[in-house]
Design a protein around this ligand. Sequence first.
Ligand code: NAD
Length: 433
Amino acid sequence: VRRQAKCDGDAAERPLLAGDAAAKLGAMLAERAPLYAAADVTLDTDARCLEDVCDAAIDAIEQRARAGGVPLVSLSGSTERSDIYVGRRALDVAPEIVRQRWPRTRVIWLISDTHVASTWGDVVCAAFEDSAFDVRLLLVEPGEATKRIAEVERLCDLMTRGGATRGDLVVAFGGGVVGDLAGFVAAICLRGLALLQLPTSLLAMVDSSVGGKTGVNLPAGKNLAGAFYQPGVVVIDSRFLDTLPRPEYRSGMAEIVKHGLIQPATPFGGTDLLDVLAAASLDPLPPEAVDDVLRLNVRIKHSVVQADERESGLRMLLNFGHTAGHAIEADGYRYRHGEAVGLGLIVAARLAGLLGRVDDAYVVRVEHLISRAGLPIRVEGAVDAIVNRMAHDKKNVDGALNWILPDSSGWVERVTGVPVELVRTALRDIGAT
Ligand SMILES: NC(=O)c1ccc[n+]([C@@H]2O[C@H](COP(=O)([O-])OP(=O)(O)OC[C@H]3O[C@@H](n4cnc5c(N)ncnc54)[C@H](O)[C@@H]3O)[C@@H](O)[C@H]2O)c1
């Protein structure tokens, strides 16, 4: 800079460096260093022209994006910004992402269930340990019964006795059960620890890991105690799906179909996901379509949660299929969550048909999608029992059942005051007695 000033005199336009250039550069570097340290990609620019540097930057970013190392979307939640990464090898870049997001974190509490940990635990522990993190693995039993207050207490106890500090990170590594439970532990242990969601089931990848809902079940019902607590980072690596049992995979497909059906009414808009689902095999998805489907789902859910984090309005759309779905699931627990949601989508579509909101073709299309995903389209159970369960749904407002129903343009919206007789008819039409 001095030489340039000597050669060019006043023509050397470096207004920021006028006066004591060295001191000013030093001050600027100190001010900018934390931002440089947070960069996703660092390039050496010495002796390179601008075009060269731009090309190198584009190459580096594309390479990271392919590996899942650039956030697909960032959700600005009320408690935390949530950066969501999606890619077949996204786990590989997770340690680096953690280092950049939480530079002081050394200890990771990796919470997982015994199924997931026995298959992938070594891979995940090694990924973080190779980057000098101190990984403490905490295991829970697989299954919905694990989502209970006693488990929250047990985990918080293990962590605090084990010396947990406010600078530690909780990694929720598993399906939706682990995600909800470990997310809640992160929300309350030491009044809140950083949280990374590392989902391994299809349902957790496309739904539960995104959006910040955490919690456990109470004897009175599902998800009755919990917190909205955004994970600072979500890393969705589709490799984990390679070992997911097929029935669990199908369960996740129900939420994907739901996202496809609500997409036109979300801020993301469009029909891309339904178009992909219409063209692809669904049981399972072809490998080359998986990452695209994951990305579309994340974008759809992100757009809804971003607009309404605490479920005061738009987020209700995500309950499409869940009014009947939850009741069908809770009635004897003979269906998996996703199977019940699939059936709930069919009930909602049929109900919309009975109300004259959609034509028969819509109903047939929904049933076709659910059945192509390998999910049941006929329900077992008593109409009365299912309708009673609906009356106790925690999402009812002032005693009125909330339905999320489609119309013929593909729009989906909240509808109240649906006559219960029509609900009974829709349930009977798909086999309830
Ligand atoms: N927080 C939310 O917004 C939200 C949204 C939807 C559902 N949920 C919750 O999610 C839970 C259901 O989640 P789920 O369907 O992932 O169930 P789950 O967590 O019980 O996982 C299903 C089974 O698959 C196994 N598994 C998971 N990933 C695997 C893998 N890669 N390889 C081998 N086995 C694997 C698990 O061990 C478990 O046995 C419910 O409790 C539901 O309430 C939460």
